[in-house]
Design a protein around this ligand. Structure first.
Ligand code: FES
Ligand code: FE2
Length: 344
């Protein structure tokens, strides 16, 4: 599988990184992360250029990593600063240093050409810092599935009726058509389910007395971030499409890290516009999300097993695939563009 390289991927929640050496894999590349003594993040290729021992098996000496085999030592910029037993430092004794940045409690890593890393390009939503909204972190979900299938699931409102019947969907939405559009490299799929009973997640957190209008707007930012705007309001409120902040509204955020061809980490969290100071509500919502995302994991891992057996399978296309097809086209164009730029 080819990946888009010139973009910021999530390396982990900021809280995952300390003064310990932490090994991760992103786009098939092994990376070691740690914090320097002033708290800054440092990310290096996790492979000593001498005999290839992963540097994560070594230890920190101050802010440098000492290889655990023969003690070659590397700084945060990837340059060798010491070779035990000799004074000269071989020119090729460097490891790749990756641009990293921390925003909103999330550690981001740039896997492409370092000179093209611009921190302003990191995913941002004003709701992260808007006092009218409350962010609440979730988990890191490991999926034995390629990231394209995981992302496709995150621009697919149709599956919730069948995969998440107790939490995010119910039978009333089974036949409601889906609208899909493209805005640059973002795919937006949406639908409203009007005048239907609330789904499980809203029963657990809000006290709706009767039927509700429910919306799902899936924003899939290619290649690997999804923000799902979903919520409900009393039918009597008769909300217009762009009046969603009047209802109980949630952005479910999914940051996908492609580990390799067949493994993905989905770090998820939510931002909500109600019960802002009530951490217990956030925890209750996470319990609902855990049920739902375990259902997705089950489906996606079963699909991956079948894809491994039939890699040339061409799927039958149906109407609800429009958003997913747009997404795959966008990613394929991004990969191709990077490939052409590399040839120039
Ligand atoms: S393998 Fe790292 S110093 Fe020898
Ligand atoms: Fe799902």
């Amino acid at each position: 599988m080819e990946f888009v390289r010139n973009c910021w991927y999530v390396a982990g929640w900021g809280s995952e990184f300390t003064r310990e050496l932490t090994a991760i894999t992103v786009l098939g590349e092994n990376v070691v992360l740690y914090r320097t003594s002033d708290g800054a993040l440092c990310a290096l290729q996790d492979r000593c250029p001498h005999k290839l021992l992963p540097l994560s098996k070594g230890r920190l000496i101050g802010d440098d990593i000492q290889c655990g085999y023969h003690g070659m030592t590397f700084g945060c910029d990837g340059k060798c600063v010491r070779v035990p037993g000799q004074d000269n430092l071989p020119e090729k004794a460097t490891v790749r240093a990756y641009p990293v940045c921390e925003r909103h409690g999330i550690a981001w890593i740039w896997m492409g050409e370092p000179e093209r890393a611009v921190e302003d390009d990191i995913f941002h939503m004003t709701e992260f810092t808007d006092p009218a909204w409350a962010p609440h972190f979730g988990d890191a979900l490991y999926l034995r599935s390629n990231y394209l299938n995981v992302a496709e699931n995150l621009c697919d409102p149709a599956h919730v009726s069948f995969v998440h019947p107790t939490t995010l969907g119910n039978p009333e939405s089974e036949d409601v058509p889906i609208h899909a559009e493209r805005d640059g490299t973002t795919v937006i799929t949406s639908r409203w389910i009007r005048n239907a009973p609330p789904v499980g997640v809203f029963k657990a957190i809000a006290d709706f007395k009767g039927n509700v209008d429910r919306w799902h707007y899936y924003y899939l930012y290619s290649p690997s971030i999804a923000a799902i705007d979903f919520g409900s309001a009393d039918v009597d409120a008769d909300l217009a499409d762009d009046d969603r902040s009047q209802g109980v509204r949630i952005f479910a955020l999914h940051f996908l890290t492609p580990v390799d061809d067949t493994n993905t980490i989905d770090r998820w969290m939510h931002i909500r516009n109600f019960s802002l100071d009530d951490d217990e509500i956030g925890g209750r919502m996470n319990e609902q999300f855990r049920i739902a995302f375990a259902e997705d994991k089950d489906i996606l891992e079963a699909i991956q097993e079948e894809e491994n057996k039939c890699p040339d399978h061409r799927p039958v296309r149906i109407a609800i695939d429009k958003g997913a097809n747009m997404y795959r086209r966008i990613v394929s164009d991004m990969v191709e563009q990077e490939r052409q730029e590399l040839q120039c």
